[in-house]
Design a protein around this ligand. Structure first.
Ligand code: GAP
Length: 653
């Protein structure tokens, strides 16, 4: 049984988990999105432009001006994405005995999202600019310095007001006064009139007055304030929660009863189908269920190209494990593991910490295996309020994107590619609660081991299990709700008694990765350019996409040396037909060979084969051989056609 999962990596490596600071984001909110959004980052602009020019990524609905937060993958992008998903699927499921797959629907019972907490809590706190009505995520307002002008209210500017009504020959309204306070931040040195203009607009909008005259002006210098609009300087509204799930209706009637959601993550279907899969797959805990699929989030501020999109794909694994108490019953103790090293091959005495560390390291190896070296990655361990109340730990694997911010030591921090969370038994317990269906499993080993324990040990372990269940069952219950507390005490007691019968609810480790973020990381990592200037001073910049051969959209280019020599063309087509059932090859006979190489370099094709006169036997010893040119160093070697597949396949798998 190969449980290590990664068949392509070197021996166990050491990772230091660094605590880092997450980056802040610049917000904007429009339906239409300009293609080259991150203007201020030249490398991002180049990447976005290459993606369009070479058909990696296009803006969705571009001919209609685009739609913000949605992206399409063109021919090269589609191949790249498919390769990444195939590699993940292969390594996470097919190469392991302890993980099986699932392909669930995008729309599921809305009860699932109530149980998971998404209906109540999957929200961003939003603030609104009262002048433009643009919304921003409250945690993404860039701190600003300047002078704040406070106003206590407004009265009409009678002179202007009278003149307006006389000129327009309309009946004059009665005096109105709006006295709500308002404030505006303007940069130091800007005239106070610019603050006044914003305030006038605010009161005009609010109070429906035509010519507001401001009252109670007061000025104050501020630093690092996040209370004001980055665009107009107007004081933002109080934060309000905004649920990120896309809603739709199932069936012909649009009513509260027919509301359904586009899934915001693929994980919940795994929990909902846990029992079916356990019963049909002949798996025993510890084992995992993997799924790749679309997820949808109505992100307030889609940004950084595809990094934060509204429609994206996830690759998620829910790996179910025994609770530590159960491990202790069966194995006597729970293994202690280092927090910085791969713990090695899975062992029966592993508790959640070992499994969590194992998956962090396995996932890092996966990234290394597709060309993202450790120095391009970072780690962020969630602490305190960042960590969900039920989670034991969560480590994010970060990639250092061109837009990633620096920490106060000047080091690039990176942005999240994947989160690996130890989620206790929260998800299965929630589905048990909401569906009324038991999520506990029966484990003969546990029952047998329990019977052999002495009474003191039984009491101690049972108490630990009971207490953890009681905490879960009472979290969020009001103190005064004694009836629910009594019920929770009864349920926790029953759960603890279940240990003796070999029953428990599995805990889970969740490595959850975003496909689109990984594609963007691979593109950014691969991008390399060289500018050459010729004798006449003319410069040309050539781009090479240095993808790892495993993910490269096209694995091999096949070229006849000359297009107008039928024997060369026929032989090249023959080689192409030989290769294409096994890998993505690209046949090209257009233009000079150098131009053909350059086109493939830009597409990231790692190898190009040329069929020349030697292939046809001009030099008899080279009959039926081709030249292979390597993308990254331009080196060439000669290889027999009969050996091509043997040579190529191990490099791309
Ligand atoms: N089931 C856990 C979960 O969904 P998450 O951190 O919200 O956790 C997991 O998402 C991964 O999905 C992220 O690490 C990221 O790679 C990807 N992801 C999340 N939101 C995304 C978005 N708006 N656009 C692109 N990828 C996103």
């Amino acid at each position: 049984m190969n449980q290590s999962g990664c068949h392509w990596t070197s021996p166990i490596a050491v990772t230091t988990i660094a605590v880092t600071i997450l980056t802040t984001r610049v917000a904007s909110q429009t339906l239409h999105a300009p293609m080259a959004e991150p203007k201020e980052i030249p490398l991002m602009e180049k990447i976005v432009s290459l993606c369009k020019r070479r058909g990696f990524i296009f803006q969705s609905s571009e001919i209609y001006g685009g739609i913000n937060g949605f992206w399409d993958y063109g021919p090269l992008g589609a191949e790249l994405k498919r390769n990444v998903k195939e590699l993940w699927w292969n390594i996470m499921t097919r190469q392991r005995d302890d993980v099986v797959g699932l392909e669930a629907t995008i729309i599921m019972s809305p009860e699932i999202w109530k149980a998971s907490g998404h209906v109540d809590t999957f929200a961003d706190l939003m603030v609104e600019d009262p002048i433009t009505n643009k919304r921003y995520r409250a945690d993404q307002i860039e701190p600003q310095n300047g002078v704040v002008y406070y106003y206590s209210g407004v009265i009409e500017d009678r002179a202007k007001y009278d003149e307006y009504y006389q000129t327009n020959q309309i009946v004059q309204a009665t005096d109105e006064k709006f006295d709500g306070p308002f404030s505006v931040l303007i940069p130091k040195g800007k005239p106070r009139e610019s603050a006044e203009r914003i305030a006038q607009q605010y009161y005009a909008k609010k109070a429906v007055l035509k010519f507001p005259q401001l009252e109670g002006e007061r000025a104050e210098a501020v630093e690092n304030s996040t209370l004001f609009s980055p665009e107009t300087g107007a004081r933002l509204t109080e934060p309000r929660p905004f649920n990120l799930m896309f809603k739709t209706y199932v069936g012909p009637i649009e009513s509260e009863d027919s509301i359904a959601y586009l899934r915001p993550e693929t994980a919940q279907a795994i929990f909902a189908q846990f029992k079916n899969i356990l019963e049909t797959s002949r798996q025993k805990v510890p084992f995992g269920i993997a799924q790749i699929g679309k997820a949808f989030r109505n992100e307030v501020t889609p940004r950084n190209f595809t990094f934060r999109s509204r429609e994206f794909e996830q690759m998620e694994l829910e790996f179910f494990i025994k609770p530590d108490v159960v491990v202790e019953v069966i194995s006597g103790t729970v293994a202690k593991v280092s927090e910085t090293e791969h713990p090695g091959e899975p062992q029966p005495n592993w508790g959640w910490q070992a499994w969590h560390q194992y998956w962090v390291e396995e996932r890092v190896r996966f990234y290394e295996g597709i060309g993202l070296s450790r120095d391009t990655l970072g780690f962020h361990r969630q602490f305190g309020p960042e960590l969900a109340h039920y989670a034991r730990a969560c480590i994010d694997i970060l990639f250092k994107f061109p837009f990633s911010k620096r920490d106060n030591q000047g080091k690039v921090v990176g942005d999240e590619l994947e989160g690996i969370a130890a989620r206790s038994d929260f998800d299965l317990s929630q589905h048990e609660r909401f569906s009324g269906k038991s999520m506990s499993i029966f484990d003969e080993e546990l029952r047998t081991a329990w019977a052999k324990l002495d009474d003191a040990r039984k009491t101690e372990l049972s108490k630990r299990y009971h207490d953890a269940r009681y905490i879960y069952l009472t979290t969020g219950l009001p103190d005064e709700d004694q009836a629910s507390r009594d019920q929770a005490a009864k349920d926790a007691k029953e759960d603890a008694e279940g240990l003796a019968k070999g029953q428990y609810i599995p805990h889970v480790i969740e490595p959850s990765a975003g496909v689109d973020r990984l594609i963007l990381a691979l593109i950014a990592n691969a991008y390399s350019e060289v500018t050459e200037t010729d004798d006449k001073g003319k410069s040309e910049t050539r781009v090479t996409m240095k993808f790892h051969p495993r993910v490269a959209p096209v694995k091999v280019g096949v070229f006849p040396l000359l297009k107008n020599k039928p024997e060369l063309v026929a032989k090249a087509r023959q080689v192409y037909e030989l290769l294409r059932p096994h890998l993505k090859a690209f046949y090209d006979d257009g233009g000079a060979i150098g131009r053909r190489y350059a086109r493939q370099d830009e597409a990231g094709t790692p190898f190009c084969l040329t069929i020349d006169f030697d292939t046809l036997g001009e030099k008899p010893e080279l009959l039926n051989t081709v030249t292979i040119r390597h993308r990254d160093d331009g080196k060439q070697e000669r290889i027999a056609i009969s050996e091509l597949l043997n040579w190529l396949l191990p490099k791309i798998r």
